[in-house]
Design a protein around this ligand. Structure first.
Ligand SMILES: [Zn+2]
Length: 240
């Protein structure tokens, strides 16, 4: 049977039969891939350490039509330190679940894969960084990557420019800020510094300095992204 090597991160595991587990991977080239890890829950199985959420590496699997069965894995990163802190673990699990909600089989996911890898590294090894701000960056860049980059310079209704030093109301349905005259419906307040952080992050990526109002920012971004995904992600109940 043909064998394939898939670079990926384990987004989800589900126990199956007595000793097996189904793994769902995010791969850059093929998007979401489900594979069977046969016997991985037997003591001494060489597949045990690869069959856990967060594990990143090269997964070797044989393919029978569209079903993959894992034969070996060369682990490059297990993001182990994430497991040592319950809050960081929740943040990490939330990002995995968002990636799972957005990834599709046979659909390239290069940008999402890169973003997830960078954010997990930050969560795991840059412990001076606020974990919730890493999640906020992930949510915002994830939205942009999925085609719903929020509009942050002009009112989404009347197109009036909003002065850069002002805060504004964010319209969850329309996906952007709105001016005072157009404010109605599902709105959430963004301060001037939160708005500037969002503009800077969309432009420069993950290295923008954190804002202090991280929790209200999370609430806006979470509601926006989850409404676009048309789902509620379980682990967000434990955040912020
Ligand atoms: Zn307006």
């Amino acid at each position: 049977m043909p064998s394939e090597t898939l670079e990926g991160i384990v987004l989800r595991v589900a126990n199956y039969r007595e000793h097996d587990r189904m793994l769902t991977l995010l791969t850059p080239g093929k998007g979401r891939v489900d594979l069977l890890s046969r016997g991985c829950r037997r003591p001494k199985s060489c597949l045990m350490s690869a069959s856990e959420s967060f594990v990143q590496g090269e997964f070797v699997a044989y393919r029978n039509q569209d079903r993959y069965t894992l034969t070996s894995c060369n682990i490059s990163e297990s993001f182990y330190p994430v497991r040592l802190n319950a809050y960081r673990m929740t943040c990490g699990a939330y990002m995995l679940q968002l990636a799972l909600a957005a990834a599709h089989p046979e659909q390239e996911a290069d940008a999402l894969y890169g973003l997830l890898t960078d954010c997990l590294h930050r969560l795991c090894y840059e412990t001076d960084k606020n974990p919730l701000m890493t999640v906020n960056s992930f949510l915002l860049l994830f939205a942009a990557d999925n085609g719903y980059r929020p509009r942050l310079n002009h009112c989404v209704h009347c197109q009036k420019e909003i002065a850069p030093k002002q805060g504004a109301m964010f319209d969850i349905i329309e996906g952007g800020i709105c001016c005072r005259n157009c404010a109605k419906g599902a709105l959430m307040r963004l301060s001037a510094s939160q708005l500037q952080w969002m503009r800077d992050t969309l432009k420069n990526g993950l290295d923008v300095p954190a804002v202090s109002e991280d929790k209200t920012l999370f609430e806006v971004l979470r509601r926006y992204v989850e409404s676009r995904l048309e789902t509620t992600i379980k682990s967000s109940k434990f955040l912020p």
